[in-house]
Design a protein around this ligand. Structure first.
Ligand code: HMG
Ligand code: MG
Length: 298
């Protein structure tokens, strides 16, 4: 019934750190990413090339992306909002560009300062330039399961954004529960609609764990045939332009559950516990991940 293996897309260095008040030094970010590279995780989203006034925590994106030790077989991704960001990203040796927008107008406006309609041409250019540079392009759609400003989000809005991004040429779409409001029943209802239009192997799920439902939502997604999940080490994360949003599902918790079920991820839980320990010390506060806290109290 369960898949033999699943793919984890680690977003800790980007989603995990973007909302942190403490500025993690460039050197520490690089050291942390290098630990993640050696952990068996094959996909790391390492930073974002957005306006540093909007996301000060990642203002050292070029230095981080240029400073890491790339491990063969690991894909290094950066989040990019526009051509200006792409120009910066291309000064480094990243493999993949992630573009992003929301299914709800208000979150899109608050997060990237444009209407949905005005975002499409920006992303169209961005996807085209990414692909013509020989890089892979991944897409995110945020607020799929609810918007902090508008509440319920119409599935038709999700379909419209998803179809438009796939038409532009993205390889994979990550469906974001930006503020962690989804429940397993809703996840299955949304996936039932989307899987009629897009193949399961091109959809990823991106659950924030604000209300403790992320692992249940992942299980519900697994039952629907989804095998790609975004997670963040230690359970860090959140979007500063989505009030109330907190961390992503913790990679530590996800691995604990999946490995216990006999589902392979390729990641080494012990190495990741050390990497969680490292970033917890740098941040100077306890990480939200329950399985990490349980492992470190042993
Ligand atoms: P804007 O102000 O509308 O941009 O911002 P603009 O094109 O009008 O330019 C204004 C200024 O921004 C100019 O500088 C540009 O140079 C600068 P000034 O002349 O005023 O000094 N600028 C840039 N600087 C650096 N890099 C760039 C860049 N672009 C413009 N790429 C913009 C529009 C999109 C840039 C801005 O709104 C922004 O940076 N937003 C990013 C917000 C963000 O990063 N949010 C979190 C990530 S999304 C997320 O977390 C959700 C996700 O995890 C999935 C989920 O959970 O649902 C992915
Ligand atoms: Mg997110």
């Amino acid at each position: 019934k369960w898949p033999e293996s699943i793919t984890i897309k680690e977003v800790g260095p980007r989603d995990g750190l973007q909302n942190e008040k403490a500025f993690i030094s460039t050197e520490d970010k690089i050291a942390w990413i290098n630990q993640l590279s050696e952990s068996g995780l094959k996909h790391l989203e390492i930073t974002s090339f957005v306006n540093p006034k909007w996301i000060p925590a990642l203002s050292d994106a070029i230095a981080v992306a240029a400073g890491i030790k790339k491990v063969p077989g690991v894909t290094y991704t950066a989040l990019v909002p526009n051509l200006q960001g792409l120009e910066q990203a291309f000064k480094t040796n990243i493999d993949e560009v992630a573009v992003f927008m929301s299914a709800s107008e208000t979150h899109n406006l608050k997060n990237i300062n444009k209407t949905i309609g005005a975002t499409f041409p920006v992303l169209k250019d961005l996807v085209r330039e990414t692909i013509s540079a020989g890089k892979v392009c991944r897409g995110y759609v945020s607020t799929v399961f609810g918007c902090p400003y508008e509440g319920d989000v119409d599935i038709d809005a999700v379909i419209r954004v998803s179809e438009t991004l796939f038409d532009m040429g993205i390889a994979e779409l990550s469906l974001g529960d930006t503020i962690g409001v989804a429940n397993p029943k809703q996840v299955q209802e949304v996936l039932e609609v989307l899987l009629k239009r897009f193949p399961a192997d091109r959809l990823a799920m991106h659950f924030h764990d604000t209300r403790g439902t992320a692992l249940a939502n992942i299980l519900a997604s697994l039952e629907m045939g989804i095998t790609i999940f975004d997670s963040s080490l230690g359970g860090l994360g959140g979007c500063p332009y989505a009030p109330g949003a907190s961390g992503n599902v913790a990679t530590d918790d996800l691995l604990y559950m999946l490995h216990g079920m006999g589902i392979h991820t390729g990641a080494d839980q012990q190495k990741l516990t050390s990497a969680s320990q490292f970033i917890q010390e740098k941040l100077g506060r306890l990480l939200p991940s329950k399985s990490f806290q349980a492992a470190s109290s042993l």
